[in-house]
Structure formats: structure tokens, C-alpha cells
Design a protein around this ligand. Structure first.
Ligand SMILES: [Zn+2]
Length: 127
């Protein structure tokens, strides 16, 4: 038992979700409503509310329709902007240069949708 205990402790440390008290700064349970030390009420991180975005799906959406992946990610204004940019580029295709813009916007939209979805999932971006 003595040999396995440090290993178990490490596993617990890795899997345990902890946070710090907003008042005194001690390490407390992630889902603790009150700090066990100072008793101050903690802000509960609403994990349930946080949507998980599928980066692959976001990329596919932007692949099919420019900006759709951004809208899926909750970045509606950005998605619409990209869509408008793609439409304008589509019109400019008559004079050929639009094709270049359209490709750039399209590729950007796909990669941005993918990366943004990943960043939303990691909590880097709050939508
Ligand atoms: Zn505290």
C-alpha cells in the first residue's frame, strides 16, 4: 500500500478539479459553494452552460458556407462579415481579382472556425 499511495495521490492531483477561494485564496473544491476556510460564497463556474463546439464541424460549416462555422461558434457578426466579404468577392470574380479574395476569405473562415471552436472548448474564448 505504501508504494502505491504516492501514485494514487498523483492521479488524484491530476484529475481533481480545484479552484481557489475568491476571498482568501486557498485551494478549494471546484464545485464548493462556500470556502471551507473563510466561509465566503464562491462563484460557481457554470460548466453545464458552456457549450462544447466541434472544431471539425465548425470547419465543415465554413467549408460549405463561408462564415457559417463562425455563426456556429457563436461569432455571428464575424460570420456575417465573412459571408458578406465572400459575396462581394463573388461579384468581383467578374474582374477575376475577386477569385483571389474569395479563396483567402474561404480558407481563413475554415481555419478560423476550427481554431475558434477549439479555443472555446479550452475556455480561452467565452461566447
Ligand atoms: Zn476562503
Amino acid at each position: 500500500m505504501d508504494t502505491i499511495t504516492p501514485y494514487l495521490m498523483e492521479v488524484i492531483n491530476l484529475t481533481d478539479t480545484t479552484k481557489y477561494c475568491a476571498n482568501c485564496g486557498i485551494l478549494i473544491e471546484d464545485d464548493a459553494e462556500f470556502c471551507p476556510d473563510c466561509g465566503v460564497k464562491q462563484l460557481i463556474i457554470q460548466k453545464e452552460v458552456k457549450e462544447i463546439k466541434n472544431p471539425g464541424l465548425a470547419a465543415v460549416f465554413s467549408f460549405l458556407v463561408v462564415g457559417l462555422g463562425q455563426i456556429y461558434n457563436g461569432q455571428i457578426a464575424k460570420g456575417l462579415l465573412l459571408l458578406v466579404g465572400a459575396v462581394i468577392s463573388g461579384i468581383l470574380m467578374i474582374i477575376l481579382i475577386g477569385f483571389v479574395f474569395w479563396i483567402i476569405i474561404w480558407i481563413y473562415a475554415i481555419f478560423d472556425a476550427y481554431n475558434t471552436a477549439k479555443r472555446i472548448n479550452s475556455g480561452e474564448i467565452i461566447t
